[in-house]
Write a new protein. Sequence first.
Length: 380
Amino acid sequence: MENRMMFDKKISIMYKQTLTLLLLLPFQFLFAQKSSLNKFPKGYTPEEVGKLIAYRFVDAKHALHAGKWISYPETFYWNGALKFASLTDDAVLLDLLEKKFQPLFTTEKALLPVKNHVDLNMFGSLPLELYQITKNRKYLELGLPYADTQWEVPATANAKERSWAEDGLSWQTRLWIDDMYMITIVQSQAYKVTKDVNYIDRAAKEMVLYLDKLQRPNGLFYHAPDVPFYWGRGNGWMAAGMAELLRSLPRDNKYRPRIMQGYQAMMESLKAHQAPGGLWNQLIDEKDSWAETSGSAMFTYALITGVKQKWLNAKAYAPVARKAWMALVPYVDKKGAVAEVCVGTNKKNDKQYYYDRPRRTGDYHGQAPYLWCVAALLEK
């Protein structure tokens, strides 16, 4: 009798455990579906979206800075397409993208940016990306001078520019938030191809300056010290810049803890400010502002990267990143053009200015960050 009672008790316990497991499975499956950065429904996979946007660039016209030189939005679109081609082993796309570059050595050489401005020197990140993929030294020789001249003070430099240089910073420093992608991307690329720590050290020191000057207690960033607004894409440049720099920055670099602290503070704030639809607004903290795709894609890239690099808690942040990606994809049309992209924007101490910025479809400011997200999702 006693044995029978013990047997019944064990059966009861096993039944309860099985029932609990069965009840938990749908929840766990649902959580996995809402948090996974690996599995997406048809039409939302990084392979599909990436191919659509990357191939669009092959026949696209140049987007010139001041009508003269390859601009930074085009540079980053090109870079994103190259990363996609490399990650997916798309030899056809890679060949097309490399062929598109060749006239810059010959008939289109005049379109190579001059090396005298933060928005122009970043061009060097493109040939340095090509060098990493092809190992052709002509790309290295073209790209490195763009990194070097960000710290080589020209004879024409003014007193303020010389003052920055005396402090070990780039003479091109101007404390605009987007600088923290323009400067750090070319310096990071130079470090990757040369292993010279001077490149990454000076990029990290520059980043800390911008963190100290522009990041607010809420984790977000002013467009500039005299422009106290949380502009979406401006903050996006900072988010993507920190993520990109942290990927390359040696773990023993003295600036790494400060940059990581600034990055994590920003990600926490972005998590709180994500709109119900999944994106972030043109002015991040203004609920009546419009959902803007380029900045949202930059935030999504930074979040995906943080989760995959284990800088962020996956349980807390993977659902945020997935929700954002799922919200971003419907803005891509059948031709690979991204809608609701804020046009190029200077700083202005006028909040209405940011509300009123025109929106475009296919603007390169938006095309590039989508490809960064694609690359982050594809990377193991």
